[in-house]
Design a protein around this ligand. Sequence first.
Ligand code: E4P
Length: 221
Amino acid sequence: MKIFLDTANLASIKMYNDMGLVDGITTNPSLLAKEGGDPQKTMEEIVRTVKGDVSLEVVSTETLGMIDEGRRLQKYGKNVVVKCPLTAEGLKACKILTSEGIPVNVTLCFSVNQAILSAKAGAKYVSPFIGRLDDNGQDGIHLIREIHEVFQNYKFSTQILVASVRHPMHVVEAAKIGADVVTLPPDVLGKMLKHPLTDIGLKNFLADWEKLKKENPNIRI
Ligand code: E4P
């Protein structure tokens, strides 16, 4: 399972990238707005910082506009994936950009049927938003299970990019199903890393080592 970070925050991207945990990045206009500053510069820097795929989203709602924006975004770097919305216009843009060798992530997917159509349009990734489905009283993880089953049936090459992830259990469930990618807000990745028993265990090991040092002042590792 690949781990992407769902953020435009450069400090978090650099921190987790230095740990070797970041396989890619997803951004969207809301995430860029949250960081403020010049969004173009931020996108360029993210593309330079991370080796893996970086999804950058179009803001046009018409096919020609999306294609135009997608071509411009792709110039930021070879690892750019153009994010198009799951609309009729977006799927048409997906088909054309894909035929030009520009990979597409179809975003705002909320149903199996939408995922099937994204695969048919040639998307590299489809992004089902599970947290927003949960918020809406539906079962986001169940959608991932269904899309995975259908994609397996037909050997679709489109990768399932689990988005709108809210907590570490979403990650566990997505991994058990076999989703290709999860994109995580940095705080969810931070929560995956931490366990109180790790902290307690380390504290005890260090305390015992201090005891040993009192008996053997010259020891070192
Ligand atoms: C995916 O690419 C989106 O950026 C993202 O996961 C949206 O999640 P949200 O529901 O937390 O805004």
